[in-house]
Design a binder for this molecule. Structure first.
Ligand SMILES: [Mn+2]
Length: 426
């Protein structure tokens, strides 16, 4: 299943006139504010977010999993799905693989398929949160933090293997997320666990190729209920600093306790040049798998305000590795990802509209009302047509979700793959 370019141009012909009217109207409005719409369109076109291989099938919860017809059952099919998303948006030009779920049998063949779909390989993800079949050691009581040296070595070795596979594919980074922690008080000696984690991470870091980065992700709780060894950005930053200059903190939106000021965390990390990766999702209570922007779109906008400021003013911070990190329970995963991509780009575009000079002046004048007005003025501006312009420029459909449905993508995937497939790893 590949998206037919003729279908896209038919789709765009249908909406071209209404698009153009709207675009001219918005372009005029922005010009009056002194904003060049073409500059914004260019930045939006350049923005690429990686799709994780595990988001393409139905994830389910610990209570159950409801399959989705036509799920990709191999790495090849996962790449095809990312290719579909990229053809529909031109914003999803990379995939983030998960080892061992996505071990390529034939590296060259996989690289060919990726190339054919104009997909590159983003950060590689290791997995020490579950035991694999026939595993010699168990991660039941931790991996990199385990009190047993042999288990720590086993987990370090797995990460080195992930780097090796990633190197062959052309990836340039490794993301380490640990489920390590304790479910009950007294179960774990915190200081020893942290020390073990530090030594293990260093063991992985030392085998990192010169041009690679290592991202250290944090999460306050789950799967452990009492403590997580790398629970917050401060712990992650401390470990990244202890590893070296190629190690960075990774912020996952859903990995914070309710009401955490994530935009301030982002700002703090960028100030130190240590924000390396960014995972998008949304959450209401505790789960981190809700569609991006579906619950707290204004918070996402405020986060993007800090990200945009950081990207423009902190040259010491590297280019960020953006990824959607979500799992889909009841929606068509591809439709959910299209909604997420749209939400990310909307928040980014609105943040680009903020007049940073005017904001700075209002801040210096302590005009609190004006500061808020500047932010909200940008947030309330309807920028959807800017996203459409970015897609039109790259021969992608003006309305990706509608195109996806009218092209009968899911129906065709089910015809090709069957109704009862399960994505590897899910
Ligand atoms: Mn994540």
């Amino acid at each position: 299943m590949k998206i037919d370019k003729n279908n896209i141009s038919d789709h765009n012909k249908k909406y071209k006139n209404s698009f153009q009217n709207e675009f001219d109207f918005v372009s005029d409005k922005l010009e009056k504010k002194g904003i060049d719409i073409e500059e914004i369109v260019k930045k939006v076109s350049d923005f690429q977010v990686a799709i994780p291989s595990w988001a393409l099938g139905a994830g389910g919860t610990r209570f159950g999993r409801f399959s989705y017809g036509g799920e990709p059952s191999s790495l090849e099919q996962k790449l095809q799905d990312v290719g579909i998303l990229h053809a529909l948006t031109r914003s999803a030009g990379s995939v983030s693989l998960h080892i061992p779920w996505d071990i390529p049998k034939d590296i060259e063949a996989i690289k060919e398929i990726a190339k054919g779909n104009e997909i590159t390989f983003d950060a590689m993800n290791s997995n020490t949160f579950q035991d694999q079949k026939d595993a010699k050691k168990s991660y039941k009581f931790g991996s990199l933090n385990n009190s047993d040296q042999e288990i720590r070595d086993f987990a370090v070795e797995h990460n080195r293997e992930v780097i090796k596979i990633g190197k062959e594919l052309g990836s340039k980074s490794l993301t380490v997320w640990l489920a390590d922690g304790a479910s009950f008080p007294g179960q774990l000696n915190f200081q020893r666990a942290l020390d073990n984690t530090h030594t293990s991470l260093k063991g992985i870091y030392d085998t990192l190729p010169k041009d690679w980065k290592m991202f250290i992700e944090y999460k306050p709780y789950e799967p452990n209920f009492y403590s997580t060894t790398i629970q917050d950005w401060g712990t992650s930053l401390m470990l990244a600093n202890a590893c070296g200059e190629k190690a960075y903190t990774l912020v996952d939106l859903g990995h914070h306790l309710p009401n955490t000021n994530i935009e301030q965390i982002v700002a703090t990390l960028m100030y130190k040049g240590k924000l390396g990766g960014f995972h998008f999702n949304d959450s209401k209570y505790g789960d981190d798998d809700v569609t991006v922007g579906s619950i707290k779109p204004y918070a996402l906008f405020l986060i993007f305000n800090e990200l945009v400021y950081g990207m423009e003013n902190n040259p010491n911070n590297p280019e960020l590795a953006w990824m959607i990190d979500a799992s889909h329970n009841i929606k068509d995963p591809l439709e959910d990802l299209l909604q997420s991509i749209e939400a990310i780009l909307l928040a980014y575009t609105k943040a680009l509209l903020i007049d940073q000079k005017e904001l700075r002046e209002a801040q210096l004048a302590h005009d609190v009302v004006k500061c808020q007005e500047i932010l909200q003025d940008a947030y309330r501006f309807d920028v959807r047509v800017i996203l459409q312009a970015a897609r039109l420029k790259q021969d992608a459909p003006l309305n990706p979700l509608e195109a996806y449905r009218s092209f009968n993508v899911r129906k065709n995937l089910i015809l090709e793959r069957g109704n009862k497939t399960i994505a590897t790893g899910l």
